[in-house]
Design a protein. Structure first.
Ligand code: SF4
Length: 261
């Protein structure tokens, strides 16, 4: 039996709007959406990863923003509003790169022992059906006391993009895997704000999350896909055109019973 895949994003999406998650699983994603705000983060993420494999100063990141920016634009279609919009975003990428470098100099990373983009996976069974929980940790950072901290980059100026349950999700996977790096310590790193927001994960947090994931899986297995009652959730929904096409009124869609597996 093909397992149901459960990532942190999938779990969060279902809890925001079960119908949105259902449309995603049907592949109803927009061919093009407003990706202008993702360029800076993608470029800096890429540069950070490349730098981790090099024996050079963090300033290398700033020097290579332009090259990576061009590379990104060759591979992706970005819907800039106009030239000024692109220039403004590029200038911000440089500024964020400078701030990122400032933070990296302060962190004094032991590159040889850090792990980046670590893939985590753990299989569970819910009512006899397989569920594959998975995720990628941006950075696993060794601490001076011999333990580990998990870091998640947030290339944004908006603190609301931070959801502590993302760290609980990764901590849960590391603990369940019995990994040497299993840790209760995590942090969101905001280079744009030059701030680190640390979080301590408890066993209670992990237990709660696992129970909630099981609850979500049961609902998905039963075909539950009721649209959210909260219209604010619809504002940033990129499958809204499909949702409207199906039901006209978002609230009148009712509960569907279509099997997605
Ligand atoms: S538009 Fe609203 S109700 Fe429809 S899928 Fe998106 S979030 Fe859910």
């Amino acid at each position: 039996m093909k397992p149901l895949t459960m990532s942190f994003t999938g779990w969060k999406r279902f809890n925001t709007c079960a119908h949105q998650d259902y449309l995603y699983k049907l592949g109803k994603r927009p061919k093009s959406s407003d990706n202008r705000n993702f360029v800076k983060g993608s470029v800096l993420h890429e540069l950070f990863e490349s730098w981790m494999g090099l024996d050079t100063d963090p300033e290398w990141i700033i020097e290579n923003v332009q090259v990576e920016w061009k590379k990104y634009l060759k591979k992706h279609t970005v819907m800039w509003k106009n030239d000024a919009d692109e220039h403004e975003n590029y200038a911000k990428a440089i500024l964020w790169a400078e701030r990122l470098v400032g933070m990296l100099n302060g962190l004094d990373l032991d590159k040889g022992r850090c792990q980046i983009e670590k893939y985590l996976e753990y299989m569970i069974e819910v009512d006899g059906r397989p569920v594959k929980m998975l995720g990628y940790v941006d950075v696993l950072l060794p601490t001076k006391s011999g333990g580990w901290t998990l870091l998640d980059w947030k290339f944004s100026e908006n603190k609301q993009v931070m959801n502590p349950y993302q760290l609980v999700f990764y901590s849960l996977l590391l603990h369940k895997q019995g990994a040497d790096e299993a840790t209760d310590d995590g942090a969101f790193v905001f280079p744009a704000l030059q701030k680190i927001f640390p979080f301590q994960v408890t066993q209670e947090n992990r237990d709660w999350l696992l129970q909630d994931i099981e609850r979500v899986c049961r609902l998905i297995f039963s075909g539950y896909n009721t649209p959210t009652e909260n219209k604010d959730d619809c504002y940033f929904c990129d499958v809204k055109p499909f949702c409207i096409k199906q039901g006209g009124s978002l609230k009148s869609l009712g509960t569907g019973r279509v099997s997605i597996l």
